[in-house]
Design a binder for this molecule. Structure first.
Ligand code: NCD
Length: 315
């Protein structure tokens, strides 16, 4: 029985700060609701009035294309009043603190805040300053829970299951919030996770999170059902962690020849892709890549999360 079918299950959260706080049942509950919202998105008029009495602020202190558009579109599809804030065009550049900014915004009677911030823990801090429901859209190299939820949903959609699934995550493990949220979610749902990348980008003792580590890409591609490539996070690195992007591509990039040599694995990437670095261009566009499905599913996952955190009433 899934939590959604279990009449005694009550979704226990007010915020989505990280998957660390979400049990297996909570994660499955969000994924099951995502199925419903995906169906709504495929209707001729893909709109529902669920959030028509809600005001949501999207607070982005860091650049974003997919995540910001996806959250905003999810909110608009559900009829919310939406306000967008970006730090570069605000009083933050005049020296206002995060706490003052958020308390001023809350005085305008908002219900939910979606926040992306370069400092790990910023969404948690905000959740202690205001009453609104807080959704983390990425905090530094810490967590990116809606990305991991959409990744897990996309794997389940393509491969039919998560329990027992073999997933390799390749790239800049140290600086990736996507990997951290995926490790938590995937291991809770019974998937096997392997990490692969240059030693300089592999955190010490990462095996303690219940994952395996390999430095051999071919060995991983032979083993896995899913290969998720991550962007090299040049903006979060202090010194050079690998000699050149050409050498990185040589050792850790997924190439066309890998698709022939290992005929089973599905390709994923959270975006933005550096073509010719993490993935050879033809690999990114190959039918075995579900990168654009991930983007579509991201919209439905965010609708599900907003719905559940707004109290779960279908207006
Ligand atoms: C990721 C992010 O911002 O953490 N992208 C995303 O949200 N789609 C990954 C990245 O920036 O490489």
């Amino acid at each position: 029985m899934t939590p959604t079918e279990d009449a005694t299950y009550v979704f226990p959260h007010r915020h989505l700060l990280g998957l660390k706080d979400y049990s297996k049942e909570d994660i499955l509950h969000v994924l099951d609701h995502t199925d419903n919202f995906l169906e709504i998105l495929n209707r001729p008029i893909p709109k529902i009035p669920t959030l028509r009495d809600k005001t949501i602020v999207n607070l982005f202190y860091e650049n974003s294309t997919r995540t910001r558009i996806s959250f905003e579109m999810a909110q608009k599809r559900m009829g919310a009043d939406v306000v967008n804030f970006s730090s570069s065009a605000s009083s933050v550049s005049k020296g206002e603190s995060l706490k003052d900014t958020i308390r001023n915004i809350e005085s305008m009677k908002i219900d939910m805040v979606v926040v992306r911030h370069p400092s790990p823990g910023a969404p948690h801090f905000i959740s202690r300053c205001v009453d609104a429901a807080i959704l983390n859209a990425g905090d530094g190299a810490h967590e990116h829970p809606t990305q991991a939820l959409l990744d897990m949903f996309s794997m389940r959609q393509r491969l039919g299951r998560l329990a027992g699934l073999k997933v390799v995550i390749i790239g800049d493990i140290t600086h990736s919030r996507v990997v951290r949220s995926n490790i938590i979610g995937l291991t809770r749902l019974g998937a096997e996770v392997m990490l692969c990348g240059p030693r300089t980008m592999m955190p010490l003792f990462v095996e303690e999170l219940g994952v395996r580590v390999s430095y051999n890409l071919e060995e991983c591609l032979e083993w896995c059902d899913v290969a998720m490539a991550l962007r090299i996070q040049l903006e979060r690195q202090e010194g050079a962690l690998f000699p050149s992007t050409r050498e990185y591509h040589e050792r850790f990039g997924i190439k066309k020849r890998h698709l022939r040599e290992f005929p089973n694995f599905t390709i994923m990437h959270p975006g933005p892709i550096n073509r010719g670095v993490e993935l050879e261009s033809e690999v990114a566009d190959h039918p075995r890549a579900i990168i654009l499905n991930q983007v579509t599913n991201g919209l439905a996952v965010r609708m599900a999360a907003l719905y559940l955190l707004s109290g779960g009433k279908r207006g």
